[in-house]
Design a protein around this ligand. Structure first.
Ligand code: SF4
Length: 344
């Protein structure tokens, strides 16, 4: 790989993303956590919104988890918000080892290892923040890097160890040629995100096309890497939505270890579990919501009943699935009144 050609290309072509204008570790950590499963355009909006409210790690630590989850609402993969709050609390603990600051070369000999001791931080995020905020020459290995490695070497299924070791060799080469680690890691990821894309790589615009074994391969570049086989599990659930006379649902806060933990929503039962028939007998069926997560298909039967006091759902952090469930349930709750008004 001609590392200088890729570094030059990045210097000229890098997208203007707001977190690229800062070296503040907290701002960079927030961007990395958000971008793991959120598209860039949405990630920018959430990054701004969260940073405006929580400009420092301590400011997030001082906030309730509920408020963090409310601001995270709609960004998906809510465990990230919960873990980020747990990280902020741990870093800001006056009796803990971090002294209110994220790991840095002045406090930790091995910054990447130190980051990995924090809640929710894996090898990718640790290397990304250490390199981008502190210029530690630690290579990142995310999905974009994996694709570039697979194509440059025409490898169908590179293992994590293969990707990490080649990415680190490129990083060492680039670092030896005075390319900054922050620029290098972002250059490889940027190539994967904008040129060496999954379905339509633009090989003729690629700054490292000369070294690429996939470019003229008989199977074509998109054969690399071979798609991973995904097993999607279907889960059948029953949502019990009880609504008061004003059309406001009763909501519970999910325990932190549960799916959508920390968020609010109606009570759920396993559709094949005990007690379902009894609970449904006291309610009417509103319909069904099908919701897809990365490895799961959730089929949710929605039943509506009555309750004395509900809450305004807008005042709570609610998952996208539960927004859909509540919309269906509350729509069904209103319907008999609309229909009887028409009859009058
Ligand atoms: S030449 Fe094509 S396949 Fe190879 S790295 Fe560049 S964009 Fe990807």
């Amino acid at each position: 790989m001609n590392v200088e050609a890729l570094a030059r290309w990045y210097a000229d072509e890098a997208r203007d993303l707001p977190w690229r204008a800062t070296s503040d570790p907290w701002s960079i950590l927030l961007s990395e956590v958000l971008l793991q499963q959120t598209q860039v355009a949405r990630g920018i909006a959430y990054w701004r919104r969260l940073l405006e409210r929580f400009p420092t790690v301590t400011s997030m630590a001082e906030a309730d988890l509920d408020e963090v989850m409310h601001l995270w609402q709609g960004a998906g993969y809510y465990a990230r918000g919960r873990r980020l709050h747990a990280l902020a609390v741990e870093v800001s603990d006056p009796e803990g080892p971090w002294n209110g600051a994220l790991p840095s070369p002045s406090t930790s000999e091995d910054v990447v290892a130190a980051f990995q001791q924090l809640p929710g931080i894996g090898p990718y995020t640790a290397a990304a923040v250490a390199s981008i905020a502190h210029e530690v020459p630690a290579a990142v290995a995310d999905g974009n890097v994996r694709r570039v490695v697979a194509r440059q070497t025409a490898t169908l299924q590179p293992t994590t160890a293969d990707v990490t070791s080649l990415a680190q060799a490129w990083m060492d080469d680039a670092h030896g040629r005075n390319v900054a680690p922050s620029a290098w890691n972002q250059a490889v990821m940027e190539l994967g995100a904008t040129v060496c894309t999954p379905r339509a790589p633009r090989c003729s615009d690629c700054p490292v096309q000369q070294d690429c074994l996939a470019r003229d391969h008989a199977s074509g570049p998109t054969a690399f890497p071979a798609p991973a086989k995904r097993r999607v599990i279907t889960e059948r659930l029953v949502a019990l939505v009880d609504v008061d006379a004003q059309g406001r649902p009763h909501l519970i806060q999910r325990p932190s270890e549960a799916r959508f933990g920390g968020l609010w929503g109606p009570h759920y039962l396993d559709a094949d579990g005990s007690g379902v028939t009894d609970e449904c007998e006291r309610r009417s069926k509103a319909g069904e919501v099908v919701h897809l997560l990365s490895h799961r298909r959730l089929e949710v039967e929605v039943w509506v009943g009555q309750v004395e006091h509900g809450v305004d759902p807008a005042s709570k952090a609610i998952s996208t699935l539960d927004e859909r469930v509540l919309e269906l349930a509350i729509g069904a709750w209103h319907r008999p009144f609309v229909e009887s008004a028409k009859e009058d």
